[in-house]
Design a protein around this ligand. Structure first.
Ligand SMILES: Nc1ncnc2c1ncn2[C@@H]1O[C@H](COP(=O)(O)OP(=O)(O)O)[C@@H](O)[C@H]1O
Ligand SMILES: O=C(CO)[C@@H](O)[C@H](O)COP(=O)(O)O
Length: 500
């Protein structure tokens, strides 16, 4: 038997899947790790937790699930994007990783825009937003100069885990484009941006394709994890690129909806000359020489987790989500906006915060749960509107991520999007995508597309229910007025919090 492992390094947990040549997921293990939010807008993780979590999951696959190390031929990765990992000259981690949902860098983003204007979007195909890596580098340079002076390399989260398993430093194009330090169309680090912001180009790691062979498991890591040194390691990609690969989003009529910690609406771009002018993210794909675009809701699953942790701590997660079935479409007049850590799309605003609007003395907790589920999907609807305004038409939404475990949430998506929504037989989109990169890297398939034909299996289709569609259209119009009405209130409240 031959297996590939797909390591999905998420924000809430790492999930490792063992997949055979037919695309059957033989076993899965996961390991949760904490998120540290020491100040408003800050979000950090300890890179060592990622390495430990990945190793524990691999050990369990070998010991508990009987996946023999000798049968694991390849490994690849899907990683949470944008997080800054700084290493010194001995490749030791210099400070906690600053994550994609950390919004401390508004000042640095403004500086980047002021200095480079539209040239920046021309090179990187993106605006400089708080979550991306370059402003994080500039923040460290400005606020922790002694740390920055020691920095010899910067990596993204999954690149660090890969380094610990292989001893090789590198970054693939799909993750590099999320740093906004890459010249996206020319597939190289932008010397101009490095010079402009005084970033030594030497700290940028070597670039590669997601299917590229990086090295084998080192003897040290083999001893630590129970893996074997014959196992080949392939570069891997950004989690959303891998999610798209694992969900078979290989045509522009399909769109990906991912409800993880963040929320993502993603489109495969056949024509790379499309210009969203930075209103949507535009990235290199994990498929060589391909591209995709996406809009990101910063707090999708995170909003639901926050609500549960705060108001329903001891309830089982699935039962808690299913309790929303007790509330009707529109949650008895309650609307929720998921801007609880600021927002990226359609509103790039680090200072906006969430709201419940329409609280009524007759509402129950089920109404609140339903309004959270609906509010997150309204935010996705806003992103879909941006795509439609740029001429896209979709006939299928493929839903992945932890949120796709809930049939109710899938139906809410179909009703708010007014498009068929399909889930995967196994909701591990990014993990499956990562494994597919290893399968192609090993030569099991000639192309990612050939591998998708064998590995990707769709499950139930959720059709829009007409009467719900009409109600949601009406509610979405009201939802869209909440952002402009709460923008100023939010920034005044945040200023109060920062002062006190
Ligand atoms: N049974 C469930 N039903 C609906 N949503 C769920 C369920 N279990 C977890 N989730 C949501 O899925 C999210 C985690 O999704 P996942 O794709 O694993 O995230 P990440 O890759 O960011 O770690 C959680 O934030 C949670 O809100
Ligand atoms: O910032 C982005 C994409 O631009 C996020 O999508 C991260 O990549 C985190 O993903 P999840 O942990 O939510 O999967």
């Amino acid at each position: 038997m031959s297996y590939v492992l797909g390591v999905d390094l998420g924000t809430s947990a790492v999930k490792v899947s063992a997949i055979d040549k037919t695309g059957t997921i033989k076993a899965q293990q996961s390991y949760d790790y904490p998120l540290s939010q020491p100040k408003p807008g800050y979000s950090e993780q300890n890179p060592e937790d990622w390495v430990m979590g990945t190793t524990v999951a691999i050990v369990r696959l070998i010991l508990n699930d009987g996946i023999a190390a000798a049968d694991i031929d390849g490994i690849s990765y899907s990683g949470q994007m944008h997080g800054l990992v700084l290493l010194d000259a001995n490749n030791q981690v210099l400070r906690p990783a600053i994550l994609w949902n950390d919004t401390r860098t508004t000042k640095q983003c403004e500086e980047i825009s002021a200095k480079m204007g539209d040239d920046f979007i021309e090179i990187t195909k993106n605006k400089s937003l708080e979550g991306f890596t370059l402003p994080k580098l500039l923040w460290v340079k400005e606020n922790e100069p002694e740390t920055f002076a020691k920095a010899a390399t910067f990596l993204l989260p999954k690149d660090y885990v890969r380094y610990r398993m292989t001893g090789k430093l590198g970054m693939d194009y799909s993750d590099a484009s999320g740093t906004v330090l890459e010249d996206v169309m020319n597939h190289e680090w932008s010397t101009r941006i490095c010079k402009m912001f005084d970033i030594p180009e030497s700290i940028c790691p070597p670039l590669m394709d997601s299917i590229d062979y990086v090295g084998n498991i080192t003897p040290n890591y083999a001893e630590f994890s129970g893996l074997d040194t014959h196992t080949k390691v392939f570069a891997g990609g950004a989690d959303n690129a891998c999610g798209a690969v694992g969900a078979g989003i290989l045509h522009p009529n399909m769109v990906l909806s991912s409800i993880g910690t963040s929320g993502v609406v993603l489109k495969y771009e056949e024509d790379p000359s499309i210009d969203y002018k930075g209103t949507l993210q535009f990235e290199n794909h994990a498929i060589p020489n391909a591209y995709y675009s996406m809009g990101v809701t910063l707090a999708a699953g995170y909003s639901l987790n926050w609500f549960k942790k705060t108001f329903a701590k001891d309830t089982d997660f699935s039962a808690f989500v299913a309790s929303a079935n007790e509330s009707p479409v529109g949650a008895n007049g309650l609307l929720f906006t998921p801007y609880i850590v600021g927002e990226r799309a359609p509103y790039a605003n680090a200072d906006i915060r969430g709201s419940f609007v329409g609280i009524d003395g007759t509402q129950t907790r089920s109404d609140f749960v339903r309004s959270v589920l609906e509010g997150i999907v309204f935010s996705f609807r806003d992103i879909l509107d941006l795509f439609e305004q740029n001429g896209s038409q979709f006939d299928t939404v493929v839903s992945i991520g932890g949120g796709a475990k809930s049939p109710l949430w899938l139906q809410i998506q179909a009703d708010i999007f007014n498009v068929d929504v399909v889930s995967l037989i196994n909701e591990q989109g990014p993990g499956l995508g990562a494994a597919m990169l290893a399968a192609v890297g090993l030569g099991w398939f000639d192309t990612v597309q050939d591998c998708a034909a064998q590995f990707v299996h769709f499950g139930t289709v959720y059709h829009p229910i007409e009467k719900n569609v009409a109600k949601y259209k009406e509610l979405h119009k009201i939802y869209q007025t909440i952002y402009p009405s709460t923008k100023e209130l939010s920034s005044r409240l945040l200023a109060f919090r920062r002062k006190n």
